[in-house]
Design a protein around this ligand. Structure first.
Ligand SMILES: Cc1cc2nc3c(=O)[nH]c(=O)nc-3n(C[C@H](O)[C@H](O)[C@H](O)COP(=O)(O)OP(=O)(O)OC[C@H]3O[C@@H](n4cnc5c(N)ncnc54)[C@H](O)[C@@H]3O)c2cc1C
Length: 343
């Protein structure tokens, strides 16, 4: 349905700035565009996808160092995922997943269907970004509300606008810093987000383990995954991603990446009882705002007075599916307002 479907005259459609080209910002932009809104997305990085990230070192070395996989419960998300599966943008990961406590690995009892982007976790965002007007390498540093509209300023002091609405789709602390004094600032600033250290390892020979992914208890490590076991990845190099636990990551937040990599790699070798084969690639990546321990489930925040909308995974139980749901909710706030104003 289009918001102006019942009107005989074309409606003037608002100009919307979406800050952030992760899953939440991009699905919001797409939904608004489908309704005729004039949408511009601003992204600080060279490419889209945010924390659903893939680092491609070369043709055979790639690592999903943020989101590992996603699950699906929401009916609308399910429709999207089905379409993405048909187009080869995502596929089911049938990797063998275990729980590890101490040195015992037990197959996980609950085994939801786990989806991954193909050939990397960035595939979904890349697909969504292809039909959006995204200005990459544009880090928004200031939002100014005039009498009726917004102007955005970036880190190169370029201004963008005017816009009738702004949708913020960043981790909560980054959003709070950009809306000082706004009525929504306090609620956003109250949301803590935990860091996560990720270690990326490529080996020239396969490590012989009877599983592909592991949830780990009572260890500095929380998650281990054989990235090359996911569909559509090159299998010639054994690529692994390790995630440290939130507690360990917070305690070691300021450590040097090399120290983190060596410490977690040693932990991995000890946990798995493996002698690691010669390495081709090692790196550590710190996510400062990985996830929130809170369960907000508000989906999106909207201040109709100023036209500011806030979304992001942290408003909808986290994770890729939460980002999707929150982005949809953000778009629906603005679509709902247009429908109300046109009555
Ligand atoms: C280590 C890790 C493991 C995870 N594992 C899983 C998992 O297994 N399954 C799962 O479902 N989810 C997982 N997640 C969570 C999942 O990645 C997120 O829920 C989802 O990607 C969040 O999407 P988003 O659009 O809300 O935010 P983001 O992906 O953070 O997008 C925000 C975007 O805004 C951009 N940006 C930031 N500041 C500015 C600025 N000032 N100006 C312009 N652009 C800006 C960023 O570059 C980014 O592209 C994991 C996340 C991490 C970090």
């Amino acid at each position: 349905m289009s918001v102006n479907a019942d009107s005989t005259e074309p409606l003037w459609m608002p100009r919307v700035a979406v800050v952030g080209a992760g899953i939440s910002g991009l699905i919001c932009a797409r939904r608004l565009q489908e309704q005729g809104f004039q949408v511009t997305v601003f992204e600080k990085s060279r490419s889209s996808s945010g924390r659903a990230a893939t680092r491609r070192v070369d043709l055979s070395l790639s690592f999903d160092h943020g989101a590992q996989y996603f699950t699906v419960r929401d009916p609308l998300f399910s429709q999207f995922v089905e379409a993405w599966v048909e187009r080869g943008i995502v596929a089911v990961w049938t990797g063998r997943i275990v729980d590890i406590d101490g040195r015992t690995a037990r197959p996980k009892t609950d085994q939801p269907v786990r989806y991954v982007g193909v050939p990397g976790m960035t595939a979904m965002a890349r697909h969504l970004a292809a039909s959006a007007a995204v200005q990459f390498e544009t880090r928004i540093t200031r939002l100014d509300r005039g009498e009726n509209d917004w102007t955005l300023t970036d880190s190169a002091e370029r201004t963008h606008g005017p816009f009738d609405h702004v949708v913020m789709s960043l981790p909560a602390p980054q959003t709070a810093d950009l809306i000082p004094g706004h009525i929504l600032e306090d609620v956003v600033r109250a949301v803590p987000m935990t860091p996560c250290w990720a270690v990326l390892m490529g080996f020239e020979r396969r490590i012989e383990l009877a599983w592909d992914g592991a949830f780990v208890q009572n260890s500095p490590l929380a998650w281990l995954a054989r990235n090359s076991s996911k569909p559509g990845r090159d299998k010639s190099v054994d690529c692994w991603v390790l995630h440290a636990s939130p507690t360990w990551s917070a305690a070691h937040q300021e450590d040097e990446p090399q120290l983190v990599q060596e410490t977690l790699q040693a932990e991995f070798a000890q946990l798995t009882g493996s002698r690691l084969p010669p390495s081709i690639h090692f790196a550590a990546h710190r996510w400062l705002f990985s996830a929130t321990p809170l369960s907000l489930d508000q989906q999106a925040l909207f201040d109709p007075q100023s036209g500011l909308v806030v979304c992001g995974d942290w408003l909808a139980s986290g994770r890729v599916e939460g980002a999707f749901r929150s982005g949809v909710a953000a778009a629906d706030c603005l679509i709902g307002q247009i429908v109300r104003d046109s009555r």
